[in-house]
Design a protein around this ligand. Structure first.
Ligand code: ADA
Length: 567
């Protein structure tokens, strides 16, 4: 499953999940030896989706690897393969022939094949999750470098003219509960004949039932269609009270459903407003990771993570540090939880940010993230980076590039980033909301120093033209190893100290009128034993409120008590 609702009733879709053939290629000989056409004899089985690092013998493997499966077409026709996420670089072959490639681990990509013969076909994917100074993320990150096909692979059978793109936009007057809606569709022809295609739009309720456009689609070309209409008495999507609307476009042979929520997120006078009312973010940072599944996080556990997070009293989650699964975002949409979505631009130096290859990859991933997740009402922040050297000229140029890109693509959300150099950052005035990562009480200084720090920050924000920007504390916390307790409440790595640090920090943040919310680092412990980051106890980042198996620590109960008291 990749969505919680049915996206297609007419378009025939199936998931190619299951046992694929798999061969690691540490020597990188697969291309020369023609593995795309003939898979090596020593292949083993690998479940898709999964991460190979969770399997025996591949715990630490980073590099090239090949996957192969077979599919059968009942009739000759057009096929769309959707790879919902493949780590690193992916090269796709059908029947041994190269048909597509993609760079960028956490966003979906597609390969469309016209006129494929009926019968059996092989699908082979070469993946490469090698991390370098030009990859997103870089070699050195504080999480594990999982590899593999981490989200489902979908096969869709397409008619001659199919719906290629579908976007629902609206402008909302939340006081009068009126939405002016614009639906844009692109139809694409895979046939050598021109066609006139009736395209209809249905809305779950309150919309223009059965509006139809006759669209002329030239042979092997594309055509755009637009529906524009007003909806009245719309139910608003609110935090904790989600109202969703489905829109379905269809031709006699194809269809596509998307789901949206009507809401407006704004930043004004240091405040973040949802549908005109100030919202205070009670959040956690969450990695979509588990020691048994890696990044191939199972839908069932997403539901449980969300239940645990809601029980904590949260209204928001930061998806640190990469685009999350659409299934997870669907759950957040349904539960009215606010989400911060970001790309894995993590601790880039000035040199990294000046590299044109890195810039191009960051922009590409931003574009893909926004295109893929545009309809989720839960997403209120697009974040362009985490803890980069944004106190340099290169950082300013880089953040300017990314912020402008986001603004050009989506004006319905707020732009943010997380700075670890808040008192020297040159880019604060660029964004709508400033995220601050600070670890007083853990990496240096005492927790109580947060109060003085916030005073200094307010002064710096005034000097740099960012005084009116709302601020959230996007990371803070300390490690507490599950089960570790003692007589000394200041003993680092104990559950006691972690809980005490969080309590002190949360109390300071809440009493500062400039702070509009807190995202505790971290929801759950994560594996972080990459070759370049091997100084973490147990090979884990232990700052979770729950351990990696979701058992609550003392800090979970402390944070729950505090978040619940902030009603
Ligand atoms: C940073 C970083 C996180 C994590 C955290 C920590 O702020 O953004 O990914 O590494 O520090 O635990 O030290």
């Amino acid at each position: 499953m990749i969505r919680t609702f049915e996206q297609h009733q007419l378009r025939r879709t199936r998931f190619l999940d299951g046992q694929w053939d798999f061969a690691a290629d540490p020597e990188r000989i697969g291309e020369a030896e023609g593995w795309a056409a003939e898979f090596p004899a020593h292949a083993r089985k690998m479940y898709v989706p999964s991460c190979w690092n969770n399997e025996l013998g591949l715990f630490d493997y980073e590099g090239a690897a090949w996957y192969r499966t077979a599919f059968t077409l009942p009739r000759r026709g057009h096929v769309r393969l959707v790879f919902h996420a493949v780590m690193g670089k992916a090269e796709v072959y059908v029947d041994g022939r190269p048909v597509g490639s993609h760079y960028g681990s956490f966003t979906a990509f597609e390969v469309v094949l016209a006129d494929l013969e009926a019968g059996a076909h092989t699908l082979t994917v070469r993946t490469d999750n090698t991390h370098t100074p030009q990859t997103l993320p870089l070699e050195r990150v504080d999480w594990h470098h999982y590899g593999g096909i981490i989200r489902p692979v979908e096969l869709q059978e397409l008619p001659d003219v199919y719906i290629e793109r579908f976007r629902v936009k609206y402008s909302l007057d939340y006081r009068r509960r009126i939405a002016d809606v614009q639906v844009d569709c692109s139809l694409r022809s895979l046939s050598d004949r021109d066609a006139a295609v009736p395209l209809a739009l249905d809305c779950s309720d309150g919309g223009p039932a059965g509006a139809v456009n006759e669209v002329f689609v030239p042979a092997l070309g594309r055509a755009e269609a637009r529906f524009v209409f007003r909806m009245e008495e719309v139910r608003l999507w609110e935090a904790g009270r989600a109202s969703l609307y489905s829109f379905r476009v269809h031709t006699p042979e194809d269809d596509w459903t998307e789901r949206i929520g009507f809401r407006k997120i704004e930043a004004a006078n240091k405040t973040i407003l949802l549908n005109g009312r100030p919202v205070y973010f009670k959040g956690v940072n969450r990695h979509e990771e588990h020691p048994e599944w890696g990044f191939a996080f199972p839908p069932k556990l997403m539901q449980k993570d969300l239940d645990i997070i809601k029980r904590l009293g949260c209204n928001s989650v930061r998806g640190s540090h990469y685009p999350n699964s659409p299934y997870w975002l669907d759950l957040l949409d349904e539960q009215g939880i606010l989400f911060w979505s970001e790309i894995p631009v993590w601790q880039f130096s000035a040199g990294n940010m000046a590299d044109p290859v890195v810039q191009e990859r960051a922009v590409a991933m931003l574009r893909e993230m926004i295109a893929e997740h545009y309809h989720h009402p839960s997403i209120v922040f697009w974040s362009v980076n985490n803890e980069c050297q944004t106190d340099t000229g290169e950082g300013l140029a880089f953040n300017t590039l990314l912020v402008n890109e986001v603004r050009a693509l989506d004006d319905s959300r707020l732009v943010t980033f997380a700075t670890s150099r808040p008192l020297t950052d040159l880019t604060l005035a660029l964004v709508d909301v400033i995220g601050i990562n600070q670890y007083y009480g853990w990496y240096g200084g005492k927790t109580e120093e947060f109060a003085d720090f916030l005073r200094k920050f307010a002064a710096y924000a005034r000097e740099t033209g960012a005084a009116d920007k709302p601020v959230v504390i996007s990371e803070f916390g300390g490690a507490g190893i599950f089960g570790e307790s003692g007589w000394e409440e200041n003993r680092m790595y104990s559950e006691d100290y972690q809980a005490k640090l969080l309590e002190e920090a949360l109390t300071i943040f809440r009493s500062d009128p400039n702070v509009q919310g807190t995202f505790i680092w971290l929801f759950a412990d994560i594996r972080t034993d990459t070759p370049r980051f091997r100084d973490r106890a147990r090979g884990f980042n232990n700052k979770g409120l729950v351990n990696e198996y979701r058992k609550p620590k003392m800090s979970y109960r402390t944070a729950k008590r505090i978040y619940e008291s902030w009603e």
